[in-house]
Design a protein around this ligand. Structure first.
Ligand code: GLN
Length: 454
């Protein structure tokens, strides 16, 4: 049914960069056989899934939405992919994304944008617009996204799906093509909180292949999603994430959701995180710095396309690298590589990268102080609903501003969940509410979100 659904709607949505109908159907048939034989299977065996094209999938193209990796077929699986395969989830294919996960609208994909299933003239959010749109358009019940500054949660908000960025280190980054290694985190994209918890618990856990992987036990997220009880829970509204720049319809749904939490027994207070005003600036230094370093490996020697420089008879390796990177990378990727290279250059490192890292420390302290008083924090996930395709494409700064509510979680490594909380009055488009919790307390997000969902 899902393969048919993809065939029927993906021409208009373009959630997928690669569909593996044959492989998915073969896995599904195999699971049916094994189940018929009475074999003990994973609780998600047979449930199809779509995977963001930034995670390595052995034998299946992995492009990261970039021309530079066109035709690359990884010889290995990301740990998340391997776990999904071992648990018997049919992989429907790879989903569209902004090139190397750089963007908030999926318009920076080298293979054309994804369209929001609620209104195909609008963006689905990004960078993981493909995963969110696939779930929202009923092309897949589950998807994997990655979130460096909001790429799971913001598309979730804009498409009316549940998106979770787990605690940094909660899910292995092995085989996740790095954008900014200290911020990247994979996580679930689903239609319900319990679905997200089931997928989270499957893919989480320690991985010796990822040196930043947390060795502790996985937070009990499924039990928390089933508990769904906010009686006595202390919830803090982040004062700085609202008001000016936030669309009235987004604020209205947010306020209403908070009232529902209060009537369900939660105690709601206002909380201030003063350093939040520096978060966006710090993010847009740390992220390009790390990206400029991570993307240096795309040199046309080891991966992907190689483009000979025009009019040069016997080009040097350096000339081939330059022409390949020029042809293979899109404008947004080049912009960030240049910004990051500048921020890391000798003489500027302390002023830019160094200062940004200090902001990160201050932010972590402010969040810790807030969590000394409350169990979870809430804010709108995105200041606006889905905007028309093209609207912010030529104004990078305007697009970056849309990440204001999501990037703090990445800077301090805490988990965040975006829950659909209805439609904005002015445009009838989905609104998301974000829950934030302290590091390793991912279960609190699921408990509170499931209570509100109910
Ligand atoms: N929109 C943010 C950016 O452009 C976040 C991207 C992400 O989380 N991958 O960097």
């Amino acid at each position: 049914a899902l393969v048919d659904r993809i065939g029927a709607v993906d021409g208009a949505v373009h959630a997928f960069l690669h569909v593996d109908a044959e492989g998915a159907l073969a896995t599904a048939a195999d699971i049916d056989d094994r189940r018929a034989k009475g074999e003990q299977l994973s609780y998600l065996a047979g449930v199809p899934i779509a995977i963001k094209d930034v995670l390595a999938t052995k034998g299946m193209p992995t492009t990261c939405g970039s021309k530079i990796l066109e035709g690359w077929i990884p010889p290995y699986d990301a740990t998340v992919t391997a776990t999904i395969k071992a648990a018997g989830l049919p992989i429907l294919g790879k989903t569209n994304m902004d090139e190397f996960a750089m963007g908030s609208s999926t318009e920076h994909s080298a293979y054309g944008p994804t369209h929001n299933p609620w209104d195909t003239t609008r963006i689905p959010g990004g960078s993981g617009g493909g995963s969110a749109a696939a779930v929202a358009a009923f092309e897949a019940p589950l998807a994997i996204g990655t979130d460096t500054g909001g790429s799971i949660r913001q598309p979730g908000a804009l498409t009316g799906t549940v998106g979770v960025k787990p605690t940094y280190g909660g899910i292995s980054r092995y085989g996740l093509v790095a954008m900014a290694s200290s911020l990247d985190q994979a996580g679930p994209v689903t239609r319900t909180v319990l679905d997200a918890a089931l997928l989270h618990e499957l893919i989480a856990g320690h991985d010796p292949m990822d040196s930043t992987s947390i060795p502790d036990a996985v937070p009990p997220v499924v039990a928390a999603a089933r508990r769904a009880d906010v009686k006595g829970l202390k919830i803090g509204i982040v004062k700085e994430l609202g008001g000016e720049g936030f669309q009235p319809g987004v604020e209205a749904r947010f306020t209403e959701a908070v009232e529902l939490l209060t009537s369900a027994g939660a105690e709601v207070v206002e909380v201030s995180i003063p350093s939040l005003k520096y978060a966006l600036g710090a993010y847009y230094l740390v992220m390009p710095s790390e990206a400029s370093s991570n993307l240096a490996k795309f040199d046309a020697m080891r991966y992907g396309v190689r483009v000979a420089p025009a009019g040069v008879d016997d080009p040097s390796a350096e000339q081939v690298m330059a022409s390949s990177r020029d042809a293979g990378f899109g404008d947004e990727v080049k912009r960030r590589i240049i910004l990051g290279t500048y921020a890391l250059s000798s003489g500027y490192y302390d002023a830019y990268y160094g200062s940004a890292q200090k902001v990160r420390t201050v932010l972590a302290r402010d969040f810790a102080a807030a969590f000394a008083d409350v169990d979870v924090l809430v804010s709108p996930t995105s200041p606006t609903t889905a905007y028309p395709l093209g609207e912010k494409l030529d104004d990078p700064l305007a697009m970056y501003l849309g990440d204001v509510a999501t990037i703090p979680a990445n800077l301090v490594g805490i988990p965040g969940l975006s829950l659909p909380v209805g439609l904005a009055d002015e445009d009838g488009l989905p609104v998301g509410l974000q829950f934030l919790a302290p590091q390793k307390a991912d279960d609190r997000l699921y408990n509170a979100a499931a209570a509100l969902e109910r």
